[in-house]
Design a protein around this ligand. Structure first.
Ligand code: SF4
Length: 457
């Protein structure tokens, strides 16, 4: 979501003369787009701001001014505190107000004349009633072959460990037509695959052109009809919002890729309840089985938190049992750590760090084995890979299989942006190595004709 937001910030700033640059030391404006999900997120932001302060002061000595802006969820949560602790910061803006960045820059510039360009004190962290998407331009820089498209924001679920409902606000879904227009603009700029984004993306319920509310399954149907869209994914989902229509779309829409990130967090009903996840282990397993009935080759990934307050050995074992039952193709796992202001942060039964370390080690070992098993099962098979960009080595391209695995192939730039049948040769830790099937045929026929030529000679 922050990658998408940063690209949109660049888009809204372009008309007033800003372009991206790679060196903070030569920038007229530096935006820290922050994420509050990270552990000790605000302290990391203050430490980064300390570094930028030196940069700003150095430039001021050369009579060059720098606007420092803090955006995103830490800005939303900290608000005025940032201006108090880091008085050299010029703009603090939340994730729902960045469409107003040009206006903030103008205010900061005016204030800079009075304040000698040091700490211009512009704060805009409202949750505005008129939504930012109405003001964001569709036209902007290219996101490349695979692009993000935000369809939903905010969350009403209030899991007890999470800050999102406090920083991103209530659930909101964009209208269908607005999303399709943005998709068409992305397609014009080389995009082939669109990942629909939302903090709770499968809670999507936007209005279509007739004023009728449609869910994510219906939106995927509409997006599939857009000429040039070759692949669709969505993230991140909540198990409770995997409704029948969305599961149906997985079975029907060929452009919808057979991989899904569906966080479960724990395999213990007691812990799920304490997390306020509002679903049980049984509900989760049921959703998975319906998904696999709809599309038998679904690859599943998930998020796990170990050491949530009150987690016993038995609760942890139940998480391992769930993992063994579902079998994940990949996963993200973390030790529970307190997010200030959340209910779980003040729960009394906090789990000791050493125990969290032990449990994380065990859990990651099981998940790693499952990922290796899943990847190895593809060796000797042909996968459909969208080739996205050059790799680190000469003549290497990087792409993604339909199951969201990273795949490396040796091929020319000509193939970038194409979905190719790739024969998988081997597995290298987290990536697959393969060869383009047609490419192999080309080489084989070339070798054959060379052999015949040789025989003639
Ligand atoms: S559903 Fe996701 S975003 Fe919403 S509160 Fe829970 S973890 Fe946070």
């Amino acid at each position: 979501m922050n990658v998408y937001d940063s690209a949109k910030m660049a888009d809204v700033l372009a008309p007033i003369g800003f372009t991206s640059c790679s060196d903070a030391g030569s920038a007229d404006m530096i935006i820290l787009n922050t994420c509050h999900i990270r552990e000790k997120a605000s302290e990391k932001v203050y430490s980064e701001l300390g570094r930028l302060r030196h940069l700003k002061e150095k430039r001021l000595r050369n009579e060059e001014s720098t606007i420092i802006a803090v955006a995103g969820c830490v800005a939303q949560a900290e608000g005025e505190e940032i201006l108090r602790r880091a008085p050299y910061v010029d703009i603090v803006l939340g994730p729902q107000t960045y469409h107003r960045l040009p206006e903030m820059v103008a205010r900061a510039t005016r204030a800079g004349e009075e304040k000698n360009n040091y700490g211009r004190g512009v704060l805009d962290t409202d949750f505005p009633t008129s939504q930012k998407f109405d003001y964001l331009p569709n036209e902007g820089g290219s996101q490349g072959v695979s692009a993000f498209l935000s369809v939903q924001e905010g969350c009403d679920k209030f899991c007890t460990f999470c800050v999102v409902p406090y920083t991103r606000g209530a659930e909101f879904s964009r209208p269908v037509e607005q999303i399709l227009n943005e998709a068409r603009c992305l397609i014009e700029k080389e995009t082939k695959e669109i990942t629909l984004l939302g903090q709770n993306v499968n809670a999507y319920h936007g209005l279509d052109e007739m004023g009728k509310e449609i869910g994510l399954g219906g939106l995927i149907d509409r997006l599939s009809e857009v000429h040039g869209v070759e692949r669709i994914r969505y993230t991140t989902s909540h198990p409770n919002d995997m409704n029948k229509d969305l599961i149906r779309a997985h079975g029907q829409q060929e452009k919808l890729m057979p991989s899904l990130h569906l966080p479960v967090q724990s395999g213990s009903n007691k812990i799920l309840q304490s997390m306020n996840r509002r679903h049980s282990v049984e509900n989760y397993i049921n959703v998975i089985s319906e998904l696999r009935n709809s599309r038998s080759d679904m690859a599943l990934s998930s998020d796990f938190i170990v050491g949530f307050p009150g987690e016993t050995d038995e609760d942890f074992e139940q998480t391992i049992d769930l993992i063994k039952e579902v079998k994940f193709s990949q996963a993200y796992s973390f030790k529970y750590s307190v997010r200030p202001g959340t209910p779980a942060g003040v729960m009394v039964e906090q789990v000791p760090e050493e125990l969290k370390d032990e449990r994380l080690f065990v859990l990651q070992d099981v998940l790693k084995k499952q990922q290796t098993e899943f990847n190895s099962s593809k060796v000797g098979n042909v996968l459909q890979v969208l080739l996205e960009k050059s790799g680190r080595h000469a003549s290497q391209l990087i792409g993604r299989s339909q199951y969201n695995q990273a795949v490396h192939v040796n091929a020319s730039q000509y193939y970038v942006g194409q979905v190719q049948d790739v024969y998988i040769d081997s597995v290298l830790s987290h990536t697959l190595q393969g060869s383009i099937k047609n490419h192999v045929k080309d080489i084989e026929s070339r070798q054959k004709s060379e052999r015949i030529e040789g025989e003639h000679v």
